[in-house]
Design a binder for this molecule. Structure first.
Ligand code: 5AD
Ligand code: SF4
Length: 477
């Protein structure tokens, strides 16, 4: 199953065909078992990669013949697609699954399934096995494409089904996708991660970095454009290393240029970039491609070089700032920068945390995603000494979010009077006649206008910066 000299396991068309046959088998089972079309409820936690996986899950369920509901208590199939990145996400899953115990007792024909990153960890699968006997099906991140087969087993066997192969990961092309939006699409271009940042569980649960073939990405992109999608976000844990495993090699910049050259009115977004692999060439490509959003999500995690080293990040704050300054030089005020930060990494001192604050002041991001360190079993940071108390870390965290709030407010003011090409995506919240749009930098601008504009690009002038949104007015040609 290897592709040339690539070690990647590409799921063969024969295997996918087999899954289509299982779809038909499940179809027969559910039409005999339930009256009318049964409903499925897919609950997604975590990142966009999980959202994209859930769209595949819904694509397969749709082909089988399920309808969909948001209300788990009217579903015959409930699937939790879980996230393992922080303890909080895991506790929510355990709480929500536990709450279904009596529903399952009263409705034994309901199937409860768990999948996603949490399930790829042995200790979690063991806990589900031992303490959640009403869960019927558990499957890992590498077998999502085999859902029809696994569901068939869960529906027809008396035994619970656990399918969590421990492997480097696969690429499955051609799995059907049922997208949540008609305008915005997620397009995974690669899977897995090789970076092993010392706090992060992702490389253990999503396997090694593997890129989808360029032809496959371009074909799916073209299809999305022809279906009318206007905002397409390329996804990967570290998109900057896209294509390093392909033969011939294709760089992420080359991929962006290829997509930018396609005909059509659309905007390309991408996430996430790793500072150690973010090249000047990529920033130049962003600046020169008219359809690529001038938005860079570049997590720096910490402003202290000692902490960055302990995190195994492979860059310094000086190198990070050099990238930001270069990006700003090329793209000016148009560029929106966002970042992720971890507060309270094991052994971090208050002085080191203050270096994070000073980097936040220098970077002046549009917005930040901030997290308190959460120890993940199996990662190197889990075993590191962590003397700072949770209360103390919460204080630091508040200091950080207060600072960023001030910076975001200042940043918002800079937009006053500026005109942006925006994608109008839905109804607004500022008043009944307001509709909402997003500019390149992902900022929300609301303006008074007709709902018929939803789904189009419009030029909007910012009139008044508010706390989280901008109020604007449409610019007539
Ligand atoms: N604890 C806290 N935050 C984490 N992240 C990843 N792992 C952890 C952890 N163990 C954050 C990082 C990453 C984002 C997706 O989640 O900031 O960039
Ligand atoms: Fe986790 Fe680091 Fe990989 Fe991001 S780059 S997924 S933080 S290991």
């Amino acid at each position: 199953m290897s592709e040339g000299s690539r070690k990647v396991l590409t799921v063969s068309s024969g295997e996918l065909q087999q899954q289509k046959q299982f779809e038909q088998k499940v179809s027969s089972v559910i039409s005999a078992r339930y009256e009318g079309k049964p409903k499925a409820c897919v609950i997604t936690y975590g990142c966009q990669q999980n959202v994209a996986d859930s769209e595949k899950i819904k694509g397969m369920l749709d082909e089988i013949g399920y309808d969909f509901t948001e209300d788990r208590l009217e579903a015959k199939l409930i699937i939790f697609n879980t996230c393992a990145i922080r303890e909080h996400a895991e506790s929510r899953v355990f709480g929500n699954v536990g709450a279904l115990k009596s529903y399952k007792r009263e409705n034994p024909d309901v199937v409860i399934a768990l999948c996603g990153c949490m399930m790829q960890q042995q200790h979690i699968a063991d806990k589900i096995k031992a303490s959640y006997p009403f869960v019927d099906l558990v499957f890992g991140t590498h077998v999502v494409h085999r859902l029809p087969e696994l569901l068939y087993k869960a529906l027809t066997r008396k035994k619970r089904v656990f399918e969590i192969p421990n492997m480097d990961g696969v690429i499955a092309e051609g799995v059907p996708v049922k997208r949540d939006s008609d305008a915005k699409a997620w397009l995974p271009i690669m899977y897995g991660c090789n970076n092993f940042c010392s706090y992060c569980i992702v490389p253990y649960v999503r396997g090694r970095e593997r890129s989808r073939r360029c032809e496959d990405v371009v074909a799916e992109f073209k299809e999305l454009v022809s279906q009318g999608y206007k905002e397409i976000t390329l996804l990967g844990q570290n998109v900057n290393s896209y294509g390093k495993d392909l033969e011939p090699r294709v760089s992420f910049s080359e991929l962006l240029r290829m997509l930018n050259d396609l005909d059509g009115d659309f905007r390309i977004r991408f996430m996430t970039s790793h500072p150690k692999d973010c090249t000047k060439e990529l920033l130049e490509t962003m600046a020169s491609c008219d359809k690529v959003a001038q938005h860079l999500h570049l997590p720096f995690q910490s402003g202290s070089n000692r902490v960055l080293k302990a995190m195994n990040r492979h860059y310094t704050r000086e190198q990070y700032l050099e990238l930001i300054n270069y990006a700003r030089k090329l793209m000016g005020d148009e560029l929106s920068i966002t970042s992720d930060i971890i507060v309270g990494f094991p052994g971090e001192t208050y002085d080191e945390f203050k270096e994070t604050l000073s980097l936040v002041e220098e970077v002046k991001a549009t917005s930040l995603f901030t997290f308190i360190f959460s120890a993940r079993k199996g990662t190197p940071a889990y075993d590191m000494d962590d003397p700072v108390s949770a209360e103390e870390k919460s204080k630091w965290f508040k200091e950080l979010t207060d600072l960023q709030e001030q910076i975001s407010a200042q940043q918002m003011k800079l937009h006053k009077g500026k005109t942006y090409k925006c994608y109008v995506y839905g109804k607004g919240k500022l008043g009944d006649n307001y509709i909402a749009a997003r500019n390149d930098g992902n900022l929300i601008i609301e303006f008074e206008g007709d709902e018929s504009l939803i789904g189009t690009f419009q030029n909007i002038k910012v009139v008044e910066p508010l706390t989280f949104v901008l109020r604007g007015e449409i610019v007539k040609e």
